[in-house]
Design a protein around this ligand. Structure first.
Ligand code: GLU
Length: 404
């Protein structure tokens, strides 16, 4: 439906709805009409929020913490965030250099909206999380998408970074572990990117570390501000409680960066949401300061699920995936399915056809890779119990075997 009369803001008119939410909505609609769907499309842990965090949220309500907080967040939470960055990332952060937002998504949006002007460029390595280029465009700037294929482990190389930087480059967005590929940058890889960035002092770096704790096989997590302290003054390090503590619905994200940037983001937030939910902030405080054993337990579960899904998907004729090192996604090439026809007579010409047919004919929902800037792939989120994952993989195998 088009807007009557006045029309829309031109940047919004040019934007696309969130591809991940679109598929999630489709699943909800199908389920509402009685269909059985195994959803491997939502990027959120299936675990319950830890008990002590629930208790803190309830206690906050009972204690009357139901009013506005400071725009940038509760001081106690900001101090806990500063302590987290110090403890886990080796960053010496003053609590005043932190900001609490409504989810990691808003940290990113605030940072871009606070800094971008028309004509500015933002380097977005692809595959990327679906919302990065859309947010950049919504702010009137231009995403410069750099394709990072399987041959570079889906990671940005220093050479590709150098080639993408222009006089208009304002930001580089990094995301490790990556949504949608699970790729993780090593310390050496981040250092090599940092060397390029040091020669371009006007480029800011947004490091989306939301999957920090979902990292497997003994691989160590690094973030670029930690690897290259000389970049500290222009890095926004972003994280949140959603993925680490199974708190997606609580909507608490946070970031740390140079004072001028945090202040500008706070100014923007003060005119916009006034800040994150007081109750959720109290719960997030409990998550960051309480027992941390949940993280280890969920990492073990996700590793087991990853191994299961990768093994099973590679048994499906026409699909191929490497072993991701982090997050809870498998990014599987579906090139071998293209040109084939499904049992119901649908010809598969691209990855969107593949996910649509998989949903319609196998009852399994995934997201097409082209929504993340690289096709033909499908993104499988393995944030489900083992039995459902096994059932979904068998349905996918059957779907692939039935193609002619
Ligand atoms: N980040 C998750 C995903 O990629 C949640 C949905 C979203 O915000 O895109 O599925």
């Amino acid at each position: 439906m088009t807007a009557p009369g006045y029309g829309l803001n031109r940047f919004l008119a040019a934007a696309h709805p969130s591809a991940t939410y679109k598929v999630m909505d489709r699943v909800a609609t199908r389920r509402a009409s009685g269909a059985q769907v195994i959803s491997l499309c939502a990027g959120e842990p299936d675990f319950d929020t830890p008990e002590h965090v629930l208790d803190a949220g309830i206690a906050a309500i009972r204690a009357g913490h139901t009013r506005y907080t400071q725009v940038a967040g509760l001081r106690a939470l900001r101090e806990a965030i500063a302590a987290k960055f110090h403890r886990e990332n080796g960053l010496n952060v003053d609590w005043r250099e932190t900001l609490v937002c409504n989810g990691g998504k808003q940290v990113i949006f605030n940072a871009l909206a606070a800094t971008l002007n028309e004509g500015d460029e933002v380097i977005v390595p692809a595959p990327y999380w679906v919302s990065y280029p859309e947010m950049v465009q919504l702010c009137g700037a231009k995403p410069v998408v750099v394709s990072c294929g399987a041959n570079s482990g889906f990671k940005l190389t220093p050479h590709a970074l150098e080639a993408a930087i222009s006089g208009r480059t304002r930001w580089l967005i990094l995301n490790s572990p990556s949504n949608p590929t699970g790729a993780v940058y090593s310390r050496e890889e981040l250092q090599a990117l940092a060397e390029v960035l040091l020669a371009h002092p006007d480029v800011l770096v947004l490091s989306d570390d939301i999957y920090e704790h979902l990292i497997f096989d003994g691989i160590e997590f690094f973030t670029i501000a930690q690897v290259e302290p000389r970049l500290r003054e222009r890095v926004l390090t972003m994280n949140g409680v959603s993925k680490a503590y199974a708190m997606t619905g609580w909507r608490i994200g946070f970031g740390t960066g140079p004072g001028w940037l945090i202040d500008s983001m706070e100014k923007l937030q003060g005119q916009q949401t006034s800040g994150a939910s007081s109750i959720s902030q109290h719960a997030a405080l409990a998550a960051l300061t309480g027992p941390q054993d949940f993280i280890q337990r969920s990492r073990i579960a996700f590793k087991r699920r990853r191994d299961l899904v990768v093994e099973q998907l590679n048994l499906a004729p026409g699909l191929h995936c490497e072993m991701p090192q982090g997050a809870f996604y498998v990014f599987a090439s579906c090139e071998g399915l293209l040109g084939k026809t499904t049992a119901a007579g649908t010809r598969l010409t691209g990855d969107e056809d593949v996910v649509n047919a998989m949903l319609d004919e196998a009852g399994v929902a995934a997201v097409h890779g082209s929504a993340f800037g690289l096709g033909p792939y499908i993104r499988i989120a393995y944030a489900l119990d083992d039995a459902s994952l096994r059932q979904a993989c068998e349905a996918i195998q059957g779907f692939c075997q039935g193609l002619v």
